[in-house]
Design a protein around this ligand. Structure first.
Ligand SMILES: [Fe+2]
Ligand SMILES: [Fe+2]
Length: 278
């Protein structure tokens, strides 16, 4: 398996993207390559770089950003915040969910909504403190901002927003969660780490093959997504009373299987595309 960072640097220059303008620190990616148990197969990249697949890729990416924000929001609502903050979180998400699921609002009405106006605070006697909340609130802000940025790119490219079914990826990972606490939360955090890490790896893989604006945007996402993966992992270890290494590799194996097995669907996190014979 060739996961060397140099290879990605070379690929970027070969793709003819303005290297000086989109330079990024390839060291960001090395822990991600160590964490993931496989690299994205070339067949997926080949499909993803086809211009006719760009609308589905961007629509799915848009919803993935919202889902990333929602998962973090659900986590802190369930485990950590006080009742008033729970309401604040729902109100914060309302315009995004209205847009994504009811087609209410547009790019203009969503502008500037990625900031939360009130303090999000821990509930009394919470087993999970302000640290979990602060990390997740920062992550939510960033994901909602990414959502808006994807929407801006779609708008500039004349790609309409249409709802799209979810891929098998997250659902399949969540099927393996333990159903007793605190292991349920630990498993959810480990899965969060995998989703973030895979997204980061795919952004880096795809960037050289996309047009310059989109390529630059995907590279700009690397830093925050790499941090999100590390935050999830650190929180999982903080909350677990036991060493999480075995659990991490358990989910890593499932994740790699989803990435490396044939998949009829094509999405941001799908497996190896099946070439249909007509
Ligand atoms: Fe994101
Ligand atoms: Fe993220």
């Amino acid at each position: 398996m060739d996961l060397s960072v140099e290879r990605y640097g070379v690929a970027m220059n070969e793709a003819g993207i303005n290297g000086a303008a989109i330079k990024f620190d390839t060291r960001l990616l090395s822990p991600i390559y160590q964490f993931l148990q496989c690299e994205t197969p070339e067949q997926w990249v080949e499909k993803a770089r086809q211009p006719e697949n760009l609308p589905v890729l961007l629509r799915d990416h848009l919803l993935c950003e919202l889902k990333a924000a929602q998962s973090a929001m659900f986590l802190i609502r369930k485990y950590a915040v006080d009742p008033e903050s729970a309401d604040t979180l729902l109100a914060w998400f309302q315009p995004y969910e209205d847009f994504a699921y009811k087609k209410i609002g547009d790019i203009h009405s969503l502008k500037g909504k990625s900031q939360v106006t009130k303090q999000i605070t821990a509930r009394a006697k919470s087993a999970y403190g302000q640290d979990l909340i602060d990390k997740m609130v920062l992550l939510i802000k960033e994901e909602l901002h990414h959502f808006y940025q994807v929407l801006e790119i779609m708008d500039a490219k004349g790609i309409s927003y249409d709802s799209i079914s979810a891929s098998r990826y997250a659902k399949s990972l969540f099927q393996h969660i333990t159903n007793h606490e605190p292991y349920t939360l630990v498993d959810k955090l480990i899965i969060g780490a995998y989703i973030e890490a895979r997204s980061c790896e795919r952004f880096a893989k795809l960037a050289p093959h996309l047009d310059e604006d989109l390529g630059k945007f995907y590279i700009s996402l690397l830093r925050s997504e790499a941090r999100h993966y590390q935050d999830y992992l650190a929180l999982a270890q903080l909350i677990s009373k036991e060493d999480i290494t075995a659990r991490v590799s358990y989910f890593g194996k499932i994740e790699a299987e989803l990435i490396q097995s044939p998949d009829h669907d094509f999405k941001f996190h799908s497996g190896i595309p099946i070439i249909e014979n007509r």
